[in-house]
Design a protein around this ligand. Structure first.
Ligand code: ASP
Length: 442
């Protein structure tokens, strides 16, 4: 019996599974990219021409809103069943259980390392460019952060008391814990375990097929989401914040286009161009949804089908990454902290910056993969170095666009680390990785 659900079918497709079409392949990627460009163009036209009235309301608040919301809902719909079933299969298929610990350790280490690098570069860029120097502070600012929960509480919260509640609430870490325990028990349960595994493998194939189906509608969903954001974005807010926007964007691009490729080359010994090309569709979905959580089905599918990572690794590292690995978010937090310190004329010094690196790395773990949460978690970082939390109000107006870019960086980091860990574990199919069209057509 095949232990890999993705390859367990017999439809003649070397990658297994019945894709239900072109999944994240070259054709679909192109359609998604075109949809993004057209959506961006249309949104900007509506915005810049200041189109208002019933037609604009019907288009932006009606059609685009409904189209985008339905796409987002159908992505989110898949997350819980996909993560649970896929991870149960992945854990149950591990031949050697000690590998789980090693896999977890390496993944965690790389996730923390990339985040710490991200925030360090962000702070350095902020100190160098001084985006907040001479910034005119408005007299009235309102932003209330919320206190960070104590560490002990955060740790306890990882363990579910009720798996159904964890699933209903979409609590990813709790679902991961339950799935791993369930998968482990399956490997120990003899024949009943084997029967259950075969059932779960079938479930997994069906859910993967559902992801494939949904991907066909991604161009429409991406178009609606992006057109709406750009039609509604208030561009006046950018004027005084151009320097801040530029620094965050610059470091995000540096991280995505230099740091990850370097890691892939030097640590993973993998071709980064292939990686980037195959990640494009997932990146655009992340950009349009601003949610690593909602993009998770696409990221997982890309890692397994397009990049060749075995389900045993990807089913664990991708959901974990979407939950705790947020390099893009940490970059925004690093630059924002420096910006707010400069705007308020507060000196935080080297020790303060070191504290920011540690807290932003930890805050990234606690940041949920949904839009805008990075900004809320920024309050925790600011408090740590005694900066005014209401400083967040300065940058909130332009955060949506940065959120979109940083989410794309966040999921790219998850996939890059996944490929590197999988390569180290001998769980990366190099033939699939090297084939530009792998997973592109059924
Ligand atoms: N939107 C980001 C994500 O989902 C989190 C954040 O930075 O707000 O990855």
């Amino acid at each position: 019996m095949s232990t890999d659900p993705v390859r367990a079918d017999d439809d003649g497709d070397p990658l297994g599974g019945d894709d239900g079409g072109d999944i994240g392949g070259a054709g679909l990627t192109q359609r998604i990219l075109v949809a993004m460009a057209v959506g961006l163009g249309l949104g900007l036209v509506v915005n810049l021409l200041g189109v208002e009235g019933a037609i604009a309301d019907f288009m932006v608040g009606g059609l685009l809103h409904v189209g985008g919301a339905i796409f987002l809902a159908s992505l989110k719909l898949l997350v819980v069943p996909l993560v649970f079933v896929s991870l149960v299969c992945g854990t149950a298929a591990l031949d050697d259980l000690s590998r789980l610990g090693r896999l977890g350790g390496r993944t965690l280490l790389l996730y923390l390392f990339t985040t710490a690098v991200a925030v360090t570069v962000a702070i350095s860029a902020g100190v160098l460019v001084q985006p907040g120097a001479g910034f005119d502070l408005p007299t009235e600012l309102v932003f209330e952060g919320r206190p960070a929960p104590p560490l002990s509480e955060t740790l306890i919260q990882i363990f579910p008391t009720n798996p159904v509640k964890a699933m209903a609430e979409g609590n990813m870490l709790q679902i991961i814990v339950f799935a791993v325990l369930f998968g482990l028990a399956m490997t120990m349960a003899g024949k009943p375990g084997k029967r259950t595994l075969s059932l779960f493998e079938d479930f997994n194939a069906v859910i993967m097929r559902l992801v494939g189906l949904l991907m066909r509608f991604a161009p429409i969903g991406v178009f609606c989401l992006i057109a709406k954001v750009f039609a509604e974005q208030g561009f006046e807010a950018f004027q005084p914040l151009l320097k801040y926007f530029g620094v965050v964007l610059g470091v995000l691009l540096l991280h995505g286009l230099v740091v990850y490729p370097s890691l892939l080359i030097f640590v993973g010994r993998l071709d980064p161009r292939l990686f980037m090309r195959k990640m494009r569709a997932a990146q655009v979905v992340a950009f349009s949804t601003a949610s690593s959580g909602a993009t998770l089905p696409i990221t997982l599918r890309t890692a397994e089908r397009r990049l060749g990572v075995d389900n045993r690794v990807a089913s664990f590292t991708i959901p974990l990454g979407a939950t705790i690995n947020m390099d893009g978010t940490a970059i925004m937090q690093g630059v924002a902290t420096v910006f707010i310190a400069q705007a308020y004329g507060v000196e935080i010094g080297p020790t303060g910056y070191l504290m920011v690196v540690v807290t932003a790395t930890l805050a990234s773990i606690g940041t949920a993969g949904v839009p805008g949460v990075g900004l809320i978690m920024l309050a925790m970082v600011l408090r740590q170095v005694n900066l005014p939390v209401e400083g967040i109000g300065l940058i909130i107006g332009i955060d949506r666009l940065l959120d979109m870019v940083r989410t794309a960086v966040n999921i790219t980091g998850d996939a890059a680390v996944t490929c590197i860990v999988a390569k180290g574990e001998g769980e990366l199919d190099l033939e699939i990785y090297a084939d530009p069209e792998a997973g592109a057509a059924a």
